[in-house]
Design a protein. Structure first.
Length: 483
């Protein structure tokens, strides 16, 4: 949205050109003449031109009203009137200054740039395949805007939610799309366009392990957290344990890998301090039923994850408004890493040869971790192969000015005491059977609440065990027992 700026050195409203004729006050021109003689001369010239234009308009006979009616559609081959002539006639009988700006097409604002295509899925348009494009626009306004698209200039504009245009199946011939944005005042940006030519050549389909389109599997995770700390000579501790059951469905295979949908089927709280149980149980219930969309690369690594699980809850302790406890479940990066373990694929068959990949995990308002995860073959257990891994991570404190917490975080520092896990792989079925991990950290926070600065020392041990299943276990079909 363009902001209107008022220059205190100029009048808030400029006189209409019809007022610039002899006999009307020229005081504002005289005042402007202190900027130079050229201003006064230019104003006089404009006044003279406008005066002559008004005289010409008064002498012109009234326009034939029949010219204002739409002309009958003539055959293009037999039309004696060119498009240029018809356009000139329309402007003569209905000048732009007299037209009402009644549609967004006519209320275009040059300050609103046209949207552009930031990316497409898949990267290449293919005949008979779905095609999704994502629009973006670098607007300077924070006000909400609406993305719109159409296939032909004569079509009605359609809404593209959050700039996303999904086409179910591409037909033969070029695909041409026009797009724009409209702000809350109905002003439209210039129209952007793009043309794709769908390719008839089908890309090679990549598979991950044994998984194919239509397959379904289940992931059971038992998560446990032990936290201890001290603030203002007061000790606190938390011991929570909960379980989650989710399903994966392989939607389709593309040149980029497998596209899947994950759904949280059930969540159960097994253990928590009485004062915190209600908050954590509420957080887990909100997790149940959530769905995520992800893409797996050929090496079993998640290359795209879409979804916003609610993983953070600030719980007030008792009736003292200054006492809070930050409850967490599983955030987006946790779900992403669980999927990486679920579809883990060994890379090196050579005994003793390891490999690594980059890893980044956000802690939300508490900062983030960056580094790598290093895998190493670790022998065999009966008919299974075992792979050990360790987390080589460095902590980064959050930027100051975060307003998502009811207190100010003046400082934070953490280090990993132990970050390691193991994967049990079934080579006969080419899939993971189970996995486990420990993440033990220690650190400190400097909290400023209600004008009081307090150091907070804390230590936390997180562990989880997961199993890959081909059906829902009977224990999950029964109602959860009371804690």
């Amino acid at each position: 949205m363009r902001e209107e700026h008022t220059n205190p050195g100029l009048p808030s409203k400029v006189a209409h050109p019809s007022a610039l004729v002899p006999g009307v006050s020229w005081a504002w021109v005289v005042i402007s003449s202190v900027l130079g003689l050229g201003v006064l001369i230019l104003a006089g010239m404009i006044a003279l031109l406008v005066h002559e234009y008004r005289k010409d308009q008064e002498a012109r006979p009234p326009a034939d009203l029949a010219l204002l009616k739409p002309a009958p559609q003539a055959n293009r081959a037999g039309s004696s009137e060119s498009n240029l002539q018809r356009t000139a006639l329309a402007h003569e009988t209905n000048p732009p200054a007299a037209r009402a700006l009644s549609t967004p097409d006519e209320r275009r604002d040059a300050a609103i740039p046209a949207p552009v295509v930031s990316r497409t899925t898949p990267a290449e348009a293919r005949l008979g395949q779905p095609f999704t494009l994502f629009l973006t626009c670098n607007t300077r306004t924070k006000a909400p805007v609406t993305y719109q698209f159409r296939m032909r200039p004569a079509d009605r504009w359609q809404v593209a939610p959050q700039g996303r245009v999904e086409l179910a199946r591409l037909g033969p011939g070029p695909l041409h799309l026009e797009f724009r944005i409209v702000d809350s005042r109905g002003r439209a940006s210039p129209v952007g366009s793009h043309t794709w030519t769908p390719s008839a050549k089908q890309p090679p389909v990549l598979h991950v392990g044994r998984w194919h389109v239509g397959d379904r599997l289940y992931l059971e995770v038992v998560f446990e957290r032990r936290s201890t700390g001290q603030a203002l000579s007061i000790d606190f501790q938390d011991h929570a344990r909960f379980a989650l059951l989710s399903s994966f469905h392989v939607d389709r295979a593309t040149a980029e890998g497998l596209e899947l949908t994950q759904k949280v089927e059930a969540a159960r709280l097994a253990q928590s301090p009485a004062a915190l149980a209600t908050g954590l149980d509420s957080l887990l219930r909100k997790t149940q039923g959530q769905t995520f969309r992800l893409t797996l690369g050929p090496e079993g690594v998640v290359t795209r994850f879409e979804g916003t699980p609610q993983a953070l809850k600030l719980q007030q302790l008792g009736t003292d408004s200054s006492a809070f406890f930050l409850q967490t479940a599983l955030d987006a990066d946790s779900w992403k890493e669980l999927a990486n373990l679920t579809f883990f694929q060994p890379r090196s068959p050579t005994p003793g040869a390891g490999w690594s990949r980059k890893l980044e995990h956000h802690w939300g308002s508490l900062g983030r971790w960056t580094g790598q995860i290093i895998y190493q073959p670790a022998g065999h257990v009966r008919k299974f192969d075992r792979y050990a891994y360790r987390l080589d991570l460095a902590y980064h404190a959050p930027a100051k000015g975060d307003t998502s917490l009811p207190f100010q975080l003046d400082g934070a520092a953490f280090r990993v005491l132990k970050g390691a896990g193991a994967v049990v792989y079934d080579p006969a079925h080419d899939q993971v059977s189970q996995a486990e991990e420990q993440f033990h950290v220690r650190g400190s926070l400097t909290v400023n609440a209600l004008g009081v600065t307090a150091p907070l020392e804390m230590e936390e041990l997180q562990t989880f065990q997961l199993r890959i299943l081909d059906h829902i276990p009977d224990a999950w079909r029964k109602p959860a027992q009371a804690r």
